[in-house]
Design a protein around this ligand. Structure first.
Ligand SMILES: Cc1ncc(COP(=O)(O)O)c(C=O)c1O
Length: 361
């Protein structure tokens, strides 16, 4: 189609984990366990649910365009100024906005192979050159990324923990890296899985390293169980935030999202339970994979990635698990065709996964 630019024609849409209803329809199964999208298996934070119910009656009104209530709550929680906090339509929405606000056509972005592909799609949608460095033992190779910086590099994307490997880079690695980044480069530090990693002393909580050219992104989609609401936030230098504010959709995020997020921030009980269930589930998976002789990557997030021999083995594994009513995520689209990712479920769901896995082996 002549109307569509070449760089858009060549893009493939983001493929999400297969929805439960689709598998039910296709295979006629009653019980489906979805361990494919790193969602919260405990459901929605009850306080967030109540917050949304309370806000429903006011949805005839537009939301406050500056998201004041939630930005203030976040600012107080993290002891920073309101001017340093930004809200968006999921952290992915903020990534997209950063591309629109800061990137020029002849500039470049750097990311890693085997990392979050929604970043690639957003960067490529701008028609810019996207440089990708290989993973090193399933970790982001920060040295290789720093080596690829040149005069045209504008954005560097680091997911920590990384999706889909679940690995982290450590404090000293981050500090070494950031010292090599020139001022004209903006570093997106995507901490979507922060809550699952923060107890590890080696994990560089970016709030302790406030740098003018770093934006931290976090989300309510994972630990707070609000993936369907679409709410993410960012912390950065105020001049950075004030320019994002100019370009954002005027009423993004929605009033329901703001109410949900503000109430969720008070739900420490739900958050702690989520982190505990996740950490127990990861351990359960590690033991299961050791028992069944499956190679896996130790994870700091709410999923574990397994390494099989090749793409064909992954496809067979995916297919057989699907027939048993368990949806997992093959990682070809993420550049890891020999790997599959399994999100941590409830104890019961993890048990169903284990039983199905033993049967198909
Ligand atoms: C690394 C990473 N960043 C961002 C996101 C998207 O989060 P949100 O739902 O806030 O857009 C995901 C979701 O899977 C992710 O894995």
């Amino acid at each position: 189609m002549a109307l569509v630019p070449k760089h858009i024609l060549s893009l493939k849409p983001y493929q999400a984990g297969k929805p439960i209803e689709e598998v039910q329809r296709e295979l006629g199964l009653k019980r489906i366990v979805k361990l494919a999208s790193n969602e919260n298996p405990l459901g929605v934070s009850p306080k967030a649910q109540q917050g949304m119910i309370d806000a429903l009656a006011e949805t005839n009104r537009y939301p406050a365009p500056d998201g004041y209530v939630l930005r203030k709550t976040l600012a107080e929680r993290y002891d920073i100024k309101l001017e340093n906090v930004f809200l968006g339509h999921g952290s992915e929405g903020i990534i997209s906005l950063i591309m629109r606000t800061f990137l020029l056509d002849d500039e470049e972005a750097i990311t890693s192979e085997g990392s979050f592909i929604a970043f690639d799609i957003q960067a490529k949608s701008r028609g810019i050159k996207l440089v990708k460095t290989p993973l090193k033992d399933y970790h982001l190779d920060l040295d290789a990324m720093a080596d690829r910086i040149n005069d045209k590099t504008k954005i560097i994307y680091l997911a920590n923990p990384n999706n889909p490997t679940g690995t982290i880079f450590k404090v000293h690695q981050f500090l070494e890296f950031i010292n090599k980044v020139p001022e004209h480069c903006l570093v997106i530090l995507d901490e979507a899985y922060f809550e699952f990693a923060r107890n590890d002393p080696a994990y560089p909580d970016s709030m302790q390293y406030r740098l003018d050219n770093v934006i931290t992104l976090r989300t309510f989609s994972k630990a707070f169980g609000l993936a369907g609401v679409r709410l993410g936030y960012g912390f950065a230098h105020e001049s950075f935030i004030s320019n994002l504010m100019k370009i954002k959709l005027a009423f993004e995020p929605s009033s329901l999202a703001i109410a949900a997020g503000t109430a969720a921030m008070e739900d420490q009980e739900f958050l702690e339970k989520t982190v505990q269930v996740t950490s127990r589930g990861r351990k359960f998976f590690y033991e299961l994979f050791e028992e069944t002789g499956i190679e896996y990557i130790k994870s700091h997030a709410n999923f574990v990635t397994i390494i099989l021999e090749n793409e064909e083995k992954v496809n067979v594994f995916y297919d057989k698990m699907l027939r048993k009513g368990v949806i997992v995520r093959p990682l070809k689209a993420f550049g890891l065709p020999h790997c599959a990712r399994i999100s941590v479920g409830t104890e019961e769901e993890n048990g169903i996964f284990a039983k199905a896995l033993k049967e198909i082996l």
